[in-house]
Design a protein around this ligand. Structure first.
Ligand code: ATP
Length: 309
């Protein structure tokens, strides 16, 4: 039996790895029709992550060879900094995340995407994806215990580590309120978690995975104020010390981003910090004014104060 343990354990690990990437990619994939197959070059080396600095260097991309999804996009995410992508629907935000995750490879002459100076086309996909944590908008949970759902972020995660991650992700108290605590079954056939709770499970899982780079897709749906606060707190733990690229739908959540890139028709039309962009009185300031006048909830009154201030 002991001899079997090693291979079985390995199988379990492989299964988890496959599940992991399925779940990670699910949201990004859900927006794709037919992802093209990406092949590693023969003898491609693994990505060596030093600082986790990301660079898009004059990136052009089209899904169908006719219409342009990205046009001359250049930016850097310096080590440990947070960059937020904003822009109307179809402006290219998700495309940037998909390209970084290598659902598509750039064609020669269409620019480069680098991580710590390495062109991501030149390294193995598995090492690239290992270095990147994804928190999707609407994470899918397995029909398994909540502890499994968090724990497969890291092979062999111990119960204490799972609990620490759940605490940092502001999910521990909710979990202990379930009759079976961490053993509670979640998913379709178990306890149904709200969107905000599922996102916190995904945050806990990613904390365990501990990747140097993060891709975040903020939920579009409005969350109540306390859920919003919990998620923001959880995300603060997660982004701390990592290079992150996030898609922001609610502009109030990115006030503290190191850099905001404003996209329009596949191009970066403005960039700067929140206050710089408001002072500029351009596209971002107009989007902000729109969101502020759009709703009357607490979040928007904060926005109003911020605008006034
Ligand atoms: P949203 O906020 O609605 O998610 P987005 O800013 O993320 O929008 P993208 O999904 O990056 O926008 O889309 C950029 C452009 O690429 C759009 O014109 C879109 O129609 C097009 N596009 C996106 N996915 C595909 C696809 N799988 N096939 C063809 N065109 C696509």
């Amino acid at each position: 039996l002991a001899q079997l343990y090693g291979p079985l354990n390995m199988l379990g690990y492989l299964y988890r790895s496959i599940n992991q990437s399925l779940v990670d990619t699910e949201r990004l994939l859900s927006l794709l029709s037919e992802p093209t197959e990406i092949n590693d070059r023969p003898n491609a080396p693994d990505l060596l992550v030093d600082h986790g600095e990301i660079e898009f260097d004059n990136v052009n991309f089209s899904y169908d060879g006719r219409s342009t999804a990205l046009n001359g996009v250049s930016f850097k995410v310096p080590k440990g900094s947070s960059v937020a992508l904003v822009g109307e629907s179809g402006s290219g935000k998700s495309t940037i995340l998909r390209l970084l995750y290598r659902f598509y490879d750039l064609k020669d002459g269409d620019g480069r995407i680098l991580i710590d100076g390495q062109d991501i086309r030149d390294v193995t996909q598995s090492s690239l994806r290992k270095a990147i944590g994804v928190v999707p908008q609407d994470p899918v949970l397995f029909n398994a215990s909540i502890s499994y759902n968090i724990g497969y972020g890291k092979f062999g995660a111990q119960p204490e580590e799972i609990e620490t991650a759940a605490k940092a992700a502001q999910m521990h108290d909710r979990i202990t309120s379930f009759p079976d605590g961490y053993d509670t079954k979640v998913g379709e056939r178990g306890v149904r978690l709200s969107g905000g709770e599922k996102q916190r499970v995904a945050i806990a899982r990613t904390l365990l995975k501990n990747p140097p780079i993060l891709l975040l897709d903020e939920a579009t749906s409005a969350l109540d104020t306390s859920t919003e606060k919990d998620i923001q707190k959880a995300l603060q733990h997660l982004v701390e010390g990592r290079s992150s690229l996030s898609i922001a739908h609610r502009l109030s959540t990115i006030a503290s981003a190191d850099l905001i890139l404003v996209l329009k028709d596949g191009q970066i039309v403005e960039q700067g910090t929140h206050s710089e962009l408001l002072a500029r009185d351009g596209v971002f300031a107009a989007m902000w004014a729109d969101q502020v006048s759009g709703t009357e909830d607490t979040a928007s009154s904060h926005k109003r104060e911020a605008v006034a201030g």
